[in-house]
Design a protein around this ligand. Structure first.
Ligand SMILES: C[S@@+](CC[C@H](N)C(=O)[O-])C[C@H]1O[C@@H](n2cnc3c(N)ncnc32)[C@H](O)[C@@H]1O
Length: 227
């Protein structure tokens, strides 16, 4: 019988295949929706789908006593919506978006809560009304699977959502500045992250969590503040 690790390995192998097929056609974003579609509602086919809040973000949120108190949050590349729902439970007024219509449809079924605004949207083409409009911006694992050439633009785009007194929290796999990129998903380095500072954000917290699965990269939870 297939154990959990085998299932994750099989799902990751399929991700590599679908991504490479799309990259071969010069389409670097299309594989996300193709994967969600192909999974036909089976979350085990989506390597990042936990159906619960991201474990590293949750640890960090509990340790820091994160509370929404009605503040406006946006979740970037929200996938199946687990982190959006978690922020809602913490008292944020949540907007969550993803490029994949299939993911958004799925998220709405999992969390049919009209107080969470799930939207199909491309990070690089946001509505004007979202710019500088949020107190809390959450980005988990969306920058790392985008092609490295898009990394700075992706960080700029994430940074644009935060208002003058707001915060950005990034959860990512981490790598040393001089470490090779390796395979998809490509971990972020501190040098990559310095792009947030170029966007007038100050790094105010940096926590390293050992990975849940042996042999994987450490997870970093990094917080930036506008002030
Ligand atoms: C690795 S998944 C992580 C999903 C979710 N944050 C999680 O941790 O479960 C990356 C997500 O980003 C979405 N995505 C990729 N490029 C995007 C873009 N340009 N705009 C919006 N979402 C994007 C994908 O569809 C996918 O759902």
């Amino acid at each position: 019988m297939e154990n959990e690790q085998d299932k994750i390995a099989a799902a990751r192998e399929r991700v590599a295949e679908i991504a490479s097929e799309h990259y071969g056609r010069g389409d670097v974003l299309g594989w996300f929706d193709a994967l969600y579609k192909e999974s036909a509602g089976d979350p085990e086919k989506i390597p990042w789908a936990d159906l619960e809040p991201n474990a590293y973000f949750k640890q960090w949120a509990e340790a820091t006593g994160l509370k929404g108190d009605g503040r406006k949050a946006i979740v970037v590349g929200c996938g199946l919506g687990d982190d959006a729902n978690y922020l809602h439970e913490l008292g944020f007024k949540v907007t969550a978006f993803d490029l994949s219509p299939t993911a958004i449809e799925w998220a709405k079924k999992l969390y049919p809560n009209e107080e969470i605004a799930f939207e199909v949207m491309n990070l690089f083409e946001p509505p004007r009304g979202w710019l500088g409009a949020f107190d809390f911006v959450l980005e988990i694992y969306t920058i790392q699977p985008l092609p490295i050439e898009m990394r700075s633009d992706a960080i700029d785009a994430v940074s644009r959502f935060v208002n003058d007194s707001g915060e950005v929290v990034v959860v990512t796999r981490g790598r040393a500045d001089d470490e090779e990129l390796g395979d998809l998903p490509w971990p972020l380095s501190r040098k990559d992250l310095s792009r947030f500072e170029a966007n007038d954000l100050k790094q105010v917290d940096f926590v390293i969590y050992p990975p849940e699965n042996e042999g994987e990269a450490d997870r970093w939870v990094v917080k930036y503040s506008r002030r």
